[in-house]
Design a protein around this ligand. Sequence first.
Ligand code: BGC
Length: 818
Amino acid sequence: MLSVFAALISLLPALAVAQVNASYPAPPTLSTYYTIPVSPVAFTPIPTPSDPPPIPGIFPSAVPSNPPPVSPDPQVVPDFGPAWEIALQKAAAKVANFTLEEKVNVTTGVYPTTRCVGNIAPVYPIDGRGWPGLCLMDSPLGVRYADFVTAFPAGINTAATWNRAMMRLRGLYMGQEFVGKGVNVQLGPMMNMGKNAQGGRNWEGFGGDPFLAGEAAYETILGMQQGGVQGCAKHYINNEQEFDRTQESNTVDDRTEHEIYAHPFMRSVMAGVASVMCSYDLINGTYACENDKTLNQILKMEFGFQGYVMSDWAATHSTMGATAGLDMTQPGDTNFGTNSSYFGGSLTAFVENGTISMDRLNDMATRIIAGWYLLGQDSPTFPPTNFNAFNITDPATNSHVDVMDDHYTIVREIGAASTILLKNVENALPLQGIRSLVMVGSDAGPDLRGPNGYADRGGDDGVLAMGWGSGSDNFPWLISPLEAIQARARLDHTLVSWFLEDFDYAGVAAAVTGQQLAIVFVNSDSGEGYIDVDGNEGDRRNLTAWHGGDELILTVAANNNNTIVVTHSVGPLIIEPWIDHPNITAVLWAGIPGQEVGNSLVDILYGAWTPSGRLPYTIARNASDYPSQLVLGGYPQDILSINYTQGLFIDYRWFDAMDITPRYEFGFGMSYTTFEYSNLSISAVPNYDSYDTELMSNWEAGLPNPLGIGSTTALWLHTPLYVVSFQVTNTGSYYGGEIPQLYVHFPASAAEPPSVLKGFTNLNLAPGETQTATITLNRYDLSIWDVVAQGWVKPNGTITFTVGASSRDGRLYGTIPA
Ligand code: BGC
């Protein structure tokens, strides 16, 4: 029963939002919105960008099933153009045989008589000229509403690994699981930028820096699509808070949009992503799903995106949205259960009366079916959908196909690799010779209702390993710290006890007194706005630990001088009340690592994995230090105006520019060992591309190049230009991984933040070992978006860079050759 109810609730985002402010505080700045006039619109198709002929090893012509191999410093720029061209041709041939109604049906979701959260009905007969339709399923971390699936680490943990191989492998395994369940389209990854630390869905995404998020998106999509599922990059764009997500207009300048918010979607397009989901909000007064600027101009034209744009669920606002670039409406109805659609019959009528051209409809249907061909889903071996998202217990429709394989192994590994060591006094960690330990806090143990006791994970009891909402899936099991630590402690004959009552401070004090080690667990949860957990309607109400976490930690620390804090949090917390407490000997920032949460923690605690996770966002000293806050208030019918006044200065970029000292900076994370950096050099990469020499010399001279189809993803802009190389030595006594990060400092003329992440890599080193690392820079990395010229230009002046261990821990300094 849970699933039907949960599925229906999840499809009602707008209703929940309307109840937020019963007392209706004074409206903040309001906005009006633009709707596209209903009058005939001509259509010119946007062709596949023309790139140089494939150059093996540099610009290889790639197909999703065979992407370039993962590398800690990717130098290869895959060109999916030829694969798209073939897929588009096949799709066009198929669409040519469809009737007007059939073409429209390809663009219009059908709901709720089907098995997936989004469905496109077949065109019959399937065996002949027809087509089997599509099953679209959440989420970005696993198959939602299904059984025998893996609960992978969330996006935020994946980003915290800063490890491309793990990003890729997680994507691959997810792709395989979706395909095994007969899903055509996985609704992920999610790349909103965590502009507000309290944003409810930040954990679904990859943190507060566009470069890191872009690389995570790129690797995730290459992996997913290698696994055979179509990726769906979401939510495009500026969907940065849950409050009033359907009624907020984001005022974003063109440069900020290009350099920050659109960048991860650009990287998704470069990974060959099949689809993009337009979001609920408005951008500069126009809804995202009818926004010609963001859909037609930036995504399809500048990025050269060849696939299709689907609406978020009920985010379509007009039939005319089709002329702005929307290709598919989901779940189909204007709003849930209305039984009428902006596409469907309306689209048919608009095409019949010439308001929307048949060419545009052909383009819509062709793009959609091309995604299916691109991923080889026309193969007779592609499994039929074998579960029912709306009724998981129905024996007639759920075959309980086990797609988990041994994916728990990568879940455990990513869980460990994404755990960030923030404090470690006198080598409190890794644990050695501990004779007695006590675990404190409900977050150490299982939830009394079981791992899936709350619909869409909308509750917080027991260990937190996932946020809530459509970004969740079902846990097959959930290994809590309580179980995992006991199993490990047994090997050393360590005495283990626990006290899981969060608010019984006298009991806590008694339980931790006299123990050699106390590990206290706290968490903080958030999710999608249609579920309210303890007054948190999606977004977090504050940045403090839940269940009285601060008081709990202070009580433990007051009574035990070897207190280790473990947090399971969807994002940053303000930790000032306790972080400097002298009895707190270590802090582990574990995020929400999925089903193996306890095992991953054991690997870190006992040193089976030397911590290598790095913060994908800044931990501030005060919530008010962050450059952006949630915009609340207003009446249900209001369109809130959210002004992106911080522009390019999100997360660490703001702290650096305003000289605000964070508690822990972006990119920070300690290790059990130590690393030294040396021997920096930078050299130019030979140019193999003789096709784009004029564009390259314009760029070199600081001149803009013409805006054109695919001009932002053009290979000349992304081909390696410089290789920065340096050496890293493990100077400590543990085998471990280091994550060197490269930050560029643009000249003052560029008006950029002081430091901007443009590269990272990862190394694993034995004690005493030295390895040479490389980080490649391309022209795009060294460019800024020129709003007047509408192009990527090299700023005037000297560009310098730092290679180091975080955004504030520079070790080596260099200059880009003039
Ligand atoms: C969410 C999307 C999700 C869709 C389908 C929407 O409410 O914003 O992320 O994919 O529902 O469940």
